[in-house]
Design a protein around this ligand. Structure first.
Ligand SMILES: [Zn+2]
Length: 193
């Protein structure tokens, strides 16, 4: 699995090559420079949720890859457009983040399938709780869980819009799916001891 550990909060951007030259999709978007450095051409970004540490590179990204599509749900779109909702307002690590290309957003939700490559589909799983915008993605034998499930860490549900009960249900659903399909969990942050 190709990935970048971003400079803000060790969030992770995963790189999914489509197999066509250097085309790829990303899961979340932080330090865009590192993606460009490696020569990738980004076709789209699957967002696990719209908190600033998972989205802060999007303006720079779409500025360069102007035809890239950004996949999220309705709550995610609201988060992209609102620095209070995405929390960039409250953190010094990044400037206020407002997504400058709302026309690039594609709304998705539970059960949708996104074609990544000829033989690769992303299955969308709504996993609300940590945030309303939380989506997980099953792609091949991988399960991208964002902050909805980070192995070894309790899901953070103390934000004003978090929902603790929903978060527990989401974790159970993800674990069930992992077990059924023998999936590798790809969480939204690199966890160091
Ligand atoms: Zn988060």
């Amino acid at each position: 699995m190709n990935y970048i550990v971003n400079s803000v909060f060790n969030s992770i951007t995963y790189i999914l090559p489509t197999g066509e030259e250097k085309d790829c999709y990303l899961v979340d978007c932080g330090d865009v420079e590192k993606v460009i450095e490696h020569g990738w051409h980004v076709k789209g970004v699957l967002l696990t949720h719209a908190h600033f540490d998972h989205i802060y590179g999007l303006n720079k990204l779409v500025d360069i890859f102007y035809d890239a599509l950004i996949y999220t749900n309705e709550a995610g779109r609201e988060g992209l457009m609102n620095p209070k909702r995405n929390f960039s307002r409250y953190h010094d690590e990044v400037e206020d983040f407002v997504f400058a290309f709302p026309e690039r957003v594609v709304l998705i939700d539970d059960g949708d399938k996104i074609k990544i490559a000829e033989d690769m589909w992303a299955e969308v799983i709504a996993t609300p709780g940590h945030a309303e915008s939380c989506l997980s993605y099953k792609i091949g034998k991988y399960l991208f869980t964002g902050d909805s499930y980070i192995p070894g860490i309790k899901v953070y549900t103390s934000f004003p819009r978090s929902d603790k009960a929903a978060a527990e249900q989401s974790v159970n659903r993800l674990l069930q799916l992992q077990k059924e399909c023998c999936l590798d969990i790809m969480p939204g942050h690199l966890v160091t001891e």
